[in-house]
Structure formats: structure tokens, C-alpha cells
Design a protein around this ligand. Structure first.
Ligand code: G3I
Length: 349
């Protein structure tokens, strides 16, 4: 008897899935309705898709996800308002059409900074006013930490940073809060949030934002993880450290890859994956969800970065690093939507 995942965890957190609009019908939709009570867009709400040209918004695909969530009484996460990737270039061009990052004149640099922050506020205003009654959690900024950045503080040297310093982060949170009002929560989202020195860079940034009165409610831990990495202790310590600051935590993009990084060598077909590997994955899921449950009210949502093993960015990655042939299998449903050992591990306790 395959019981709903979301019911199993309803006392602790909501269970989400990342989706493309074409996954809102057929078997995908059935599985979504049965097992998940939260949704996030895998791609269509990102800046390049929703705001491709200045002042021109494309809400069509995003609206489909919003409607599905509303109709099926599901929570909604918004991913994402600000990112260095999948963001259109027009944000960073000055009035003459020159890239702002190249500007040397201090006066013009100041003007550019103001223009970019104004564009950011406008971007956020338009999106948030449209969706504020539907969205529960906003990924306000995504992946602003880069432990390899040359500035020594782990701040990613994206165009946002090069043009505004860290002001874009504060502006993004303040604008989101101003337009969204009280009933939704604001998150800073990133990957490898468990691993030093990135964890400390993120912690210091968040603490600093809070000190300045920037409205931030929680940390989104993407959790693109592996069978043995990071350790449970690292995951627990990271969540506890942010909870100690008074913040919520969400697991925002969970997948458990069968591989290390890069994913090489990979199994060529799904059928080649040994049962023993699925068993190890089940043990990993078991330990993970026991930990999430133990952390209780420190985690409000756990979202998988997909539904079933037939659609995952990790398949693209496995192919990319293995001459076009390779599969991964990160979820608890197989490519035909049958439950895997990992499903039984997190439902049967
Ligand atoms: O839609 C176009 C299609 O028209 C075109 O033919 C095709 C050719 O490459 O590309 C399609 O766009 C792709 C898009 O996914 C939709 O499938 C992009 O190339 C591809 O780069 C994009 O990848 C997404 C990636 O973010 C972009 O960086 C993945 O699906 C998505 O899973 C991934 O998600 C990110 C999170 O947002 C942030 N955290 C990491 C996570 C995994 O990378």
C-alpha cells in the first residue's frame, strides 16, 4: 500500500517537488497530487524566463504552476527573484547600452548602481504584487556565496556584486518584504550550505544582514547531495546554527545522486544500476529524513528537485560528463513512477 508522502510528514514539514509546466498533467500530475503538498518551478520563474526584456514580463508558464498549486491546495515556493545565472543581460547595461561592469568613472558607477537597484525593485515589485497571495516562501536571492571568490569573504563576484557591492542583497529583501507583506517568508538559498568554509561565509552574511535590520526569515539549503556526502553531522550542525539565529530552514532542492562530483563514470542505463546501490540510497534517505524529523520545527519544508527519476538535471549532468551516455537516479520514484527502496525507507518507520 503506497501511502502519501506528504501525510507521513504533515506534523513536521510540507513535502515539495520542483516542476516544469508540462509536468502538470498525466502521471506526473497524479503523483504530485497524491504525494506532495508543495510546489516550486524548476525553471519558469527565473528572471530570464519571467522578465526577458526590460518591462516585458512573461507570466504564462509561471501562471500554470500557480494555478495548479492553488487548485490542489498546495504551498508554493517562488524560485527565484535574484540569481547570477539565467538572468538576462539587459539588467546590467547602462542607458547607452554599455555593460555597467566595465565603467571606471566613479560618478557614472554611482549612477549605474542606482539604476540597477531601481530595476531590481521594479522587477520584484511586479512579480511579488502578482503572486503574493499564492506564494508562501520566496527565494529572494540564490547562490550569492562563492567560497572561491577573490574577495576573501565568500561573496560571489557576479554583475550584481560588481555593480552594487552587497547592496543588491539588502534591496532585494527589503523590496520583497515591502510588497509581499506579512504572510509569506523570505529566504536566502544556496548549495553546499553544510560545507566549510561556505557555511561560515553564509552564516556571517546572514548575521550581518540581520544586524542591519534586513528582513530575512530563513535559509534554503538546496541539498544536492550524494550517498555519503556531506555527513549527517554537517547537515545537522548547519541547520542548528541558522536556527540559533532565530531563522527557519527549508530543504529546497533535495536530490541524492549515486555519484561523486563530477558524476564520472556513470551507469549507462537505468537497468544497469545494481540493487545494492539503491539499497545504499535507501539507507541514506532513511538517515536523512530521521534527521529532518528530529530537527522538528527547525525545518518547515522539504522539496525534492523533481518528481521521479525520469526527469532530473542530474541526468543531463551524467550525460555531459560521460560522452553523452549516463543516467542518475536521485529520487524515491523510479522512471516509471514506481516506488523505490528509498520510498519505503522514508515512509515505513
Ligand atoms: O528551454 C530550453 C529549450 O528551449 C532548449 O532547446 C534547450 C537546449 O539546451 O534548453 C532549454 O533550457 C534549459 C532549461 O534548463 C530548461 O530545460 C537550459 O538549457 C538548462 O540550462 C536549464 O537547466 C536548469 C538549470 O537550473 C539552469 O542553470 C535545470 O533544468 C534546473 O534543474 C537547474 O536548477 C538549479 C536551480 O535553479 C538552482 N540550484 C541548482 C539547480 C541545479 O543546477
Amino acid at each position: 500500500d503506497v501511502k502519501p508522502l506528504d501525510k507521513r510528514y504533515e506534523d513536521s514539514f510540507t513535502i515539495g517537488a520542483a516542476v516544469e509546466p508540462n509536468q502538470l498533467e498525466g502521471t506526473d500530475a497524479k503523483v504530485l497530487k497524491r504525494h506532495y503538498n508543495s510546489l516550486v518551478a524548476e525553471n519558469v520563474m527565473k528572471p530570464i524566463n519571467i522578465h526577458p526584456e526590460e518591462g516585458k514580463y512573461n507570466f504564462k508558464e509561471a501562471d500554470k504552476i500557480v494555478k495548479f498549486a492553488r487548485k490542489n491546495n498546495m504551498d508554493l515556493r517562488f524560485h527565484n527573484l535574484v540569481w547570477h545565472s539565467q538572468v538576462p543581460d539587459w539588467f546590467f547595461m547602462d542607458k547607452e547600452g554599455k555593460p555597467m561592469v566595465n565603467e571606471k568613472d566613479p560618478k557614472k558607477r554611482e549612477q549605474n548602481k542606482r539604476l540597477l537597484l531601481k530595476r531590481l525593485d521594479e522587477h520584484i515589485r511586479t512579480i511579488v504584487l502578482r503572486y503574493r497571495n499564492d506564494v508562501d516562501s520566496w527565494d529572494v536571492v540564490n547562490e550569492v556565496i562563492d567560497e572561491n571568490a577573490p574577495n576573501g569573504q565568500g561573496l560571489r563576484e557576479s554583475p550584481w556584486y560588481k555593480i552594487t557591492g552587497t547592496d543588491y542583497i539588502a534591496t532585494a529583501f527589503r523590496s520583497t518584504k515591502r510588497y509581499a507583506g506579512k504572510h509569506s517568508k523570505l529566504y536566502i538559498n544556496d548549495y553546499n550550505t553544510e560545507v566549510e568554509p561556505k557555511r561560515t561565509y553564509l552564516y556571517n552574511l546572514v548575521k550581518d544582514l540581520m544586524k542591519k535590520g534586513v528582513p530575512i526569515d530563513g535559509v534554503g539549503h538546496q541539498s544536492h547531495i550524494q550517498l555519503g556526502w556531506p555527513t549527517l553531522q554537517q547537515i545537522e550542525d548547519s541547520i542548528n546554527s541558522f536556527a540559533d539565529l532565530g531563522l527557519d530552514n527549508q530543504i529546497t532542492e533535495l536530490d541524492v545522486s549515486l555519484y561523486g562530483w563530477p558524476p564520472k563514470p556513470a551507469y549507462k542505463t537505468y537497468d544497469e544500476i545494481p540493487a545494492e546501490v539503491f539499497q545504499r540510497q535507501a539507507e541514506r534517505y532513511d538517515a536523512l529524513f530521521k534527521l529532518y524529523e528530529k530537527l522538528g520545527d527547525k525545518i518547515s519544508n522539504v522539496t525534492f528537485w523533481g518528481i521521479a527519476d525520469n526527469h532530473t538535471w542530474l541526468n543531463d549532468r551524467a550525460e555531459q560528463y560521460n560522452n553523452g551516455v549516463g543516467v542518475d537516479a536521485p529520487f524515491v520514484f523510479d522512471p516509471d513512477y514506481n516506488v523505490k527502496p528509498a520510498y519505503w525507507a522514508i515512509i515505513d518507520k
